[in-house]
Write a protein of this length. Structure first.
Length: 73
């Protein structure tokens, strides 16, 4: 399982136009890790303590919830 590279994320975040860290993180994961499947992204987020807090804050409990969130962006 890939882990989120928070150092690279901080660099990526400096050039992001989004105000929401979670949305920026999703963009980063899709760009840096070339992930597109909500299940893969969800698994990666769930495996990280900080990212899991972001999921919980938005009441995202599974890949389907994440997919719905992604379509709203």
């Amino acid at each position: 399982m890939l882990k989120i590279d928070w150092i690279e994320f901080k660099e990526y975040k400096q050039h992001s136009v989004r105000n929401d860290n979670f949305e920026t993180l999703l963009d980063f994961i899709k760009s840096y890790y070339h992930m597109v499947l909500p299940q893969d992204i969800y698994d990666m987020l769930k495996a990280d303590d900080t990212a899991e807090l972001m999921l919980n804050k938005r009441s995202i409990n599974d890949a389907v919830d994440l997919e719905n969130f992604l379509y709203k962006l």
